[in-house]
Design a binder for this molecule. Structure first.
Ligand code: ADP
Ligand code: ZN
Length: 747
């Protein structure tokens, strides 16, 4: 018996810091502070010459660390854990799967790294404008007229909503209010966000039998409190969103929370309107347009469980809910779920990973489920839910394929407007209906070429040709964003006949405006939407019927519901087929199905015209028949034969640096070092080879592709192999990045 207890061993903690570092650091907990040292709490620690904030990821009993020097924690920043330990486990598992340092994952997952204090919330009041009684006459600027019309149409609009729709709209409204021509009122801002202009119809909606069946299965899974994955395959307009919203209602009944991912939040104002009018203040929204203070405020609401739904783009998969019970991934096939900057993760796959760790239900919805998700329904990893009919029994539009091959000798617009498309546009406009023209290439002309020597103008920094943009009267590089004035003569032969070759959305708009002079035309692509408020402005013009022909890229394909659009023309369906990428056929099928889904959503039937140079291609023929199943069978068979995902996994190692020979040498050394261990593990190594676009932003790019079986433990196998190789390439002045299951093989 020992009457005197020995002093308690000192406590240590492992602290992860939001830096690209693989491991956590050990710090000593000052005596008396043991209670505060909970896993998930943020701490201030000395780090090199400075201090940094970090997150406690483990508590370590001091007895095992005897003799080791560790600096003390300087401050504990939270009373209660900033994120749950389950969430923390998820982040480290996610980092492992993505072959990324855990600190990098923390940086991606937490708002702005680890802020020291929660920022104050956004202002709580807002100004509302309503039509003023009898205040409607008198002169007004065009902008003021726009504002008056918008307010009259909506009944009331907040200053924020007005500026979102009309640039400078709020200021114009204030001036109108000062003259008594609008009524203005300052009121408390409702929690959550405002409902926008879409009325909620939920009260009047009775789920269809297919929706009922899907919801019943989701309900059972939610009630079980266990992991369950579903693929909701519903054609465009079949009522998927309604299923998501009711599933959110179901999970709310169980006292848990829902995460609702969309590919791009800015493109979904209609959805936000529906969500807000149904759930009001119970919703948080995370998107890239938030200020750090707004983001922190949303984050706090999610963390405290004050809201039960968080809608956001891919990074919302990290929503710090206390007990998430449902992860919805809308348009789960969309490539936007793959983060391509810095840390490369696939948010849909992380939703599945987190769903497993949280015993939650994961609902992957799409009109064109990805090959990966279809495969999961075959192996039993996910259950299939089908919505095979459009709401209201509306027919899918008829799709006509037009072969463009014979038109190559024609000049200018005639080459791209087939008689079929031209007639269809005439007829549509003649009936007072609307058309959308889809072209997946922005700018005016994708190439600028000397007609004397055939030289095409290339970017100084990249091995790609430059695109002429009329809007900027400049040549733009779509890889490095550099701008060059249009050349007056050829840099090679001095010739003066410089031609703008090919078709981009700007030129398409110009042609359409010239040919249909009476039609009101508009363009929507990322060049347009970069201007603040422009996107909302064009959407609201579409909704109020102010646009007869809308020209645009992918952006016009996504999810919109414009009942007056009865014609969709696809100008060049082949563009997305020409990429050297095993997903190009799938992508083309998806985008054709998406754009086609924009036609005929109202009472009148829709029509789609697909112009193409490869009318025989399986993805184009299948899309024209609305034959998802047929397309997917061929696609899966092809992938299986080549061992591509979902039948195998891939890892792309990208290496780049300023000196061609150094990058090549580094790539060869990496390949040589990997060669034996990977082949012993049954992994195939391809390369190194210059990347398909080998010179970008003044850096030379090489790549090594590794192909392995579907169930290969990527996260266990590669990190120890890659760690020394990172140091090796750094010595050559070369950078290396690992991309697990890559989406872009180009650069
Ligand atoms: P999807 O997401 O599959 O494109 P939505 O959920 O947006 O389809 O539904 C298309 C339209 O049909 C929406 O306007 C929606 O309000 C409406 N809707 C959905 N389900 C029903 C239903 N059961 N009864 C009536 N209308 C419905
Ligand atoms: Zn460039």
């Amino acid at each position: 018996m020992n009457p005197l207890p020995s002093p308690p061993a000192p406590l240590y903690v492992e602290v992860a810091v939001p830096l690209p570092i693989d491991h956590a650091f050990t710090y000593r907990v000052p005596p008396g502070m043991e209670e505060r040292a909970k896993i998930g709490v943020r701490v201030l620690v000395p780090f090199g010459p400075r201090r940094t904030t970090g997150l406690i990821v483990a508590r370590v009993d001091g007895s095992s660390l005897s003799g080791r020097e560790a600096k003390p924690v300087q401050a504990f920043l939270d009373e209660e854990p900033y994120i749950t330990s389950r969430h923390l486990e998820f982040l480290s598992a996610a980092a492992r799967e993505c072959l990324a340092p855990v600190g990098e994952m923390l940086r991606a997952a937490l708002p702005r790294g680890l802020p020291r204090r929660d920022a104050p919330s956004a202002p709580r009041t807002e100004t509302i404008f309503r039509p003023a009684a009898g205040g409607d006459d008198g002169t007004a600027t065009p902008k003021q007229r726009q504002v008056l019309a918008a307010v009259r149409e909506a009944g009331e609009l907040s200053a924020t909503e007005l500026s979102a729709r009309i640039p400078g709209g709020a200021d114009a409204a204030r001036r109108l209010a000062s003259k008594g021509r609008l009524a203005a009122e300052v009121r408390e801002k409702p929690a959550g966000f405002s409902a926008g202009h879409l009325p909620d119809m939920s009260g009047e909606i009775t789920p269809t039998l297919h929706q009922e069946a899907a919801l019943a299965k989701i309900g059972v899974a939610l009630a079980s409190g266990k992991f369950g994955a579903f693929v909701l395959h519903g054609i465009t307009g079949s009522g998927k969103t309604e299923v998501y919203l009711r599933a959110v209602e179901q999970v709310r009944q169980t006292g848990r929370q829902a995460v609702y991912l969309v590919p791009e939040i800015a493109l979904t104002p209609q959805l936000l309107g529906r969500v807000a009018s149904r759930f009001g203040g119970g919703v948080a929204v995370l998107h890239s347009g938030l200020s750090p203070a707004e983001r922190a405020a949303q984050w706090r609401k999610v963390r405290s469980g004050e809201v039960f739904l968080c809608v956001g783009a891919r990074s919302a998969v990290f929503s710090p809910f206390p007990a998430p019970g449902l992860f919805i991934v809308d348009e789960e096939h969309d490539a936007a779920y793959k983060q391509e900057d810095g840390i490369r993760y696939q948010a849909r796959d992380l939703a599945l990973l987190r769903g497993k760790m949280e015993d939650a239900v994961v609902l992957l919805g799409s009109a064109t489920p990805s090959a990966e998700s279809v495969r999961r329904t075959r192996t039993g990893e996910a259950a299939l839910l089908a919505l095979p009919e459009r709401i209201g029994g509306r027919e899918l539009p008829e799709i006509q394929i037009v072969d463009l091959k014979g038109r190559a000798s024609l000049r200018g617009a005639d080459r791209y407007f087939s008689p079929e498309l031209e007639t269809a546009i005439e007829e549509t406009l003649g009936r007072g209906e609307k058309a959308m023209l889809f072209l997946n290439r922005r700018g005016f002309a994708p190439a600028v070429t000397c007609l004397d020597c055939g030289q095409t103008v290339q970017c100084r920094n990249c091995k790609v040709s430059l695109t002429f943009h009329q809007q900027h009267d400049a040549l733009l590089c779509h890889y490095c964003d550099s701008r060059t004035p249009p050349p007056e003569k050829c840099a090679v032969c001095g010739g003066h006949k410089i031609a703008q070759v090919g078709l981009g959305t700007e030129r398409l708009l110009a042609w359409a405006a010239k040919r249909w002079k009476e039609a009101r035309v508009a363009r929507l692509d990322s060049d347009v939407s970069r201007r603040k408020g422009a996107y909302g402005e064009i959407l609201s013009r579409m909704h109020s019927g102010d646009v007869d022909i809308l020209v645009g890229t992918q952006m016009i394909a996504k999810g919109h519901d414009f009942p007056e659009v009865t014609l969709v023309g696809v100008l060049l369906a082949d563009l997305s087929l020409s990429f050297p990428d095993f997903r190009s056929s799938e992508r083309t099928f998806q985008v054709l199905t998406q754009v086609a889904g924009r036609a005929g959503r109202g009472d009148r039937p829709g029509k789609v015209i697909v112009q193409t140079l490869s009318p025989e291609h399986v993805c184009i023929r299948a899309a024209a028949r609305h034959d998802f199943a047929g397309f997917m069978e061929e696609e899966l068979a092809g992938r299986k034969a080549l061992g591509y995902p979902p039948f195998g996994r891939m890892l792309l190692l990208r290496l780049w640096g300023p000196k061609d020979d150094r990058v090549r040498l580094a790539a060869e050394e990496v390949a040589a070092a990997l060669s034996e261990p990977v082949s012993a593990a049954g992994v195939q190594l391809l390369g190194p080879a210059p990347s398909p676009i080998s010179f970008v932003k003044r850096k030379h790019h090489f790549q090594i592709l590794l192909k392995m079986p579907a169930r290969f433990p990527v996260g266990d196998f590669f990190p120890p192999l890659l760690r020394p190789l990172r140091d090796l390439v750094r010595k050559h002045g070369v950078r290396m990045e690992a991309d697990v299951d890559p989406y872009h093989m180009m650069v």
